[in-house]
Design a protein around this ligand. Structure first.
Ligand SMILES: [Mn+2]
Length: 333
């Protein structure tokens, strides 16, 4: 781990020009919570700052304090400094960002580096943890309820509400401090877990119909075809988290979700591991990336069957390397 928070503060403190904090596309609570917390803090410090995302803030994140200030990217403006948060590079913004200086705050392994000010720690449970360290080192007393709430939302969701294996004593330590600063755990939980739409339930029902088991139950996955969104009135953002259904099955070590993206001419894949398999390796072998337990990639293939075969072969390869399966040939069930 590289402790870069101090030089990063200097970069922000000395910045006189306009700053943009950018989240990655299809935002989750960690990227948006990180962006909003930093944005609200810098605004308090009198900085000229904007927070941006390619997508409209999805329904499940619209309760985050400050979310009404998020601007849609791209914009014409040229920023003095742009910071991408919770992403392995500006390419994950998926919209052009014009800035004289670019920096990155993130907890993903690898990715693009923009210079000495990059603040990357793959051991951090969430990017909001890094933002919290940064803000504490600058001025802890300026962290108000709204900032604490954004930081807590990213920490809570990236740890599966303190269930995933990235949850440590230190995670609770930070969570405790954020609660002391005004974050409300029950309110956060209710906003994330008890505000589903009926359309989303219809989508889940269709998606569960696609559930398939492979490799004698070690692998399970779902597919979200584009027509499912039209048929249920859901949007892409509603696919967030559905990969947890196959993951929840007993005996499954690797779970996947394949999402059809016809407008990009590809299939987006999310991978989850229960701990024995490093799914970052699977994603990397297909040009993607992520963490050991959660990763993703994009597969460009003519049709669904080819996509599924490419993915399953990459998964099998990793299962073989980790000694969970032996033979090269295996049949889907
Ligand atoms: Mn994250």
């Amino acid at each position: 781990m590289v402790e870069h928070s101090i030089p990063f503060i200097e970069l922000l403190r000395e910045e006189k020009g306009p700053i943009l904090i950018a989240s990655h596309e299809n935002p989750d609570a960690d990227t948006l919570g990180s962006a909003l917390a930093l944005y609200l803090f810098l605004k308090k410090k009198g900085k000229q700052v904007a927070v941006g995302c390619k997508d409209k803030v999805p329904h499940f994140l619209d309760f985050l304090p400050g979310s009404q200030d998020v601007i849609r990217l791209p914009v014409k403006d040229v920023f003095s400094l742009a910071i991408v948060v919770d992403a392995s590079g500006f390419y994950r913004v998926n919209a052009e960002v014009k800035a004289f200086k670019k920096a990155r705050i993130d907890h993903h392994i690898g990715g693009e580096f923009y210079g000495e000010y990059d603040y990357i720690d793959p051991d951090a449970p969430s990017t909001t943890t890094l933002i919290y360290r940064l803000l504490c080192a600058w001025d802890k007393s300026a962290i108000d309820e709204d900032i604490a709430e954004n930081l807590y939302a990213g920490l809570a969701t990236d740890t599966g509400f303190f269930k995933y294996s990235n949850t440590t004593a230190q995670t609770f330590e930070i969570a405790k401090e954020l609660v002391e600063l005004g974050a409300k755990p029950h309110w956060t939980y209710v906003n994330f877990s008890e505000r589903e739409s009926l359309n989303k339930m219809k989508l889940i029902s269709k998606v569960l119909d696609t559930l398939t088991i492979h490799e004698d139950g070690l692998v399970a996955g779902i597919t979200i075809f584009d027509r499912f969104f039209r048929e249920t009135g859901c949007s892409y953002a509603d696919s967030e988290g559905l990969v947890n259904y196959p993951r929840s099955i007993e005996g499954v070590e690797v779970a996947y979700a394949i999402i059809e993206k016809p407008e990009e001419g590809l299939w987006k894949v999310s991978l989850r591991s229960k701990g024995r398999v490093d799914v970052a390796k699977i994603a990397e072998s297909l040009g993607g990336g992520g963490h050991k337990y959660a990763s993703g990639c994009k597969i460009m293939a003519k049709n669904y069957n080819i996509t599924l075969n490419i993915l399953l072969e990459a998964i099998r390869e990793q299962l073989r390397k980790e000694g969970l399966i032996k033979h090269a040939v295996s049949q889907a069930t």
